[in-house]
Design a protein around this ligand. Structure first.
Ligand code: PBG
Ligand code: ZN
Length: 327
């Protein structure tokens, strides 16, 4: 092996064309999924205070925004719903006339070439803001799983292209797969939030989705932030149960976990750059404390470099515009 002065690592850094030739990680629009919030009502476009540039849209405005995304070259969205009525069972989540079901039908009838993924959980729909049915203050597992399977089927029936369960109940991937197959949706993929931590970075999302738990937290189902090996066990069980894509969430503070999961299973792997990651970059950018565009790209390249094939990010529109500018 050559050493200095024969070896000079700077040789490949002087010429920008050479730098382009040897670059290891490339970010493209094909990698991105844009999260969106749909709310009941008409003519609504509410900016989320803690997430500048992110909005709750009523259905017709959501459809208009989706058309703009397609123009920008963004190919996939993940939908979150804020229903008119919440109850203890989260009924709107699996109602044929639920907010998500209506939104999917509207998008599918008016927008071409956009992949519609739906988040499957109950916390946006329950009056108590928990991810499942409660008994006292315990989130019940198996009873919740049946409702999640019902929710997934109703999303598929409305026209969803992919199902993304984010609840972290045990056994939900198997139950959802079985329910989808039984109804003839064998070809609808499941992107499992397989490795989801009980994270402080979800704060702004809970404003956006109006899903803050009325009491307690999500530590009885989401993972302990301190655990890395447990991530492998979580991913493994979801893969065994039939997940097609596995997700790690959040992304930026869990790059080691993304890499471990990717290296261990070599499955299509997604990472969710969550609301708090977005808000922090936005806030520092607004204060001119960092170069916002540079840091956005750096944060996403790091997630890809760690092993993510797919990134869910609220920066998808900014990235698309940036990539167009590069050309
Ligand atoms: C619902 C769900 C959450 C997120 C995605 N799906 C919130 C939570 O678990 O509390 C967070 C996304 C984000 O912060 O951007 N279970
Ligand atoms: Zn939830």
């Amino acid at each position: 092996m050559a050493t200095y002065p024969t070896k000079r690592l700077r040789r490949l850094r002087f010429n920008p064309i050479v730098r382009d030739l040897v670059r290891e990680t490339i970010l493209t629009k094909d990698d991105l999924i844009y999260p969106m919030f749909v709310i009941h009502g008409e003519n609504i476009k509410n900016e989320i205070k803690s997430m500048p540039g992110v909005f709750q849209f009523s259905i017709e405005n959501l459809v208009a925004e989706c058309k703009e995304l397609v123009q920008l070259g963004i190919k996939a969205i993940i939908l979150f719903g804020i229903p008119e009525h919440k109850d203890e069972q989260g009924s709107d989540a699996y109602s044929e006339h639920g907010i998500i079901q209506r939104a999917i039908r509207a998008i599918k009838s008016e927008v071409k070439d956009l992949l519609v993924i739906t988040d499957v959980c109950l916390c946006e729909y329950t009056s108590h803001g928990h991810c499942g049915l409660l008994k006292g203050d315990e989130v019940l597992n198996d009873e919740t799983v049946s409702l999640l399977a019902k929710e997934a089927v109703s999303h598929a029936e409305a026209g969803a292209d992919m199902i993304a369960p984010s609840d972290m109940m045990d056994g939900r991937i198997a139950a959802i797969r079985k329910a989808l197959d039984y109804k003839g949706f064998q070809n609808i993929p499941i992107m499992s939030y397989a490795v989801k931590y009980a994270s402080g970075y979800y704060g702004p999302f809970r404003d956006a989705a109006d899903s803050t738990p009325a009491f307690g937290d999500r530590r009885s189902h989401q993972m302990d932030i301190a655990n890395g090996m447990e991530a492998i066990r979580e991913a493994e069980s979801d893969i065994e149960e039939g997940a097609d894509i596995i997700m790690v969430k959040p992304a930026g503070a869990y790059l080691d976990v993304i890499k471990d999961v990717k290296d261990t299973f070599q499955m299509p792997t997604a990472a969710y750059q969550v609301s708090g990651e977005y808000s922090m970059i936005k806030a520092a950018g607004k204060l001119d404390w960092i170069d916002e565009e540079r840091v956005i790209i750096e944060s996403l390249i790091a997630i890809k470099r760690a092993g993510a094939d797919i990134i869910l990010t609220y920066f998808a529109k900014d990235v698309a515009k940036y990539l167009d500018k590069q050309k």
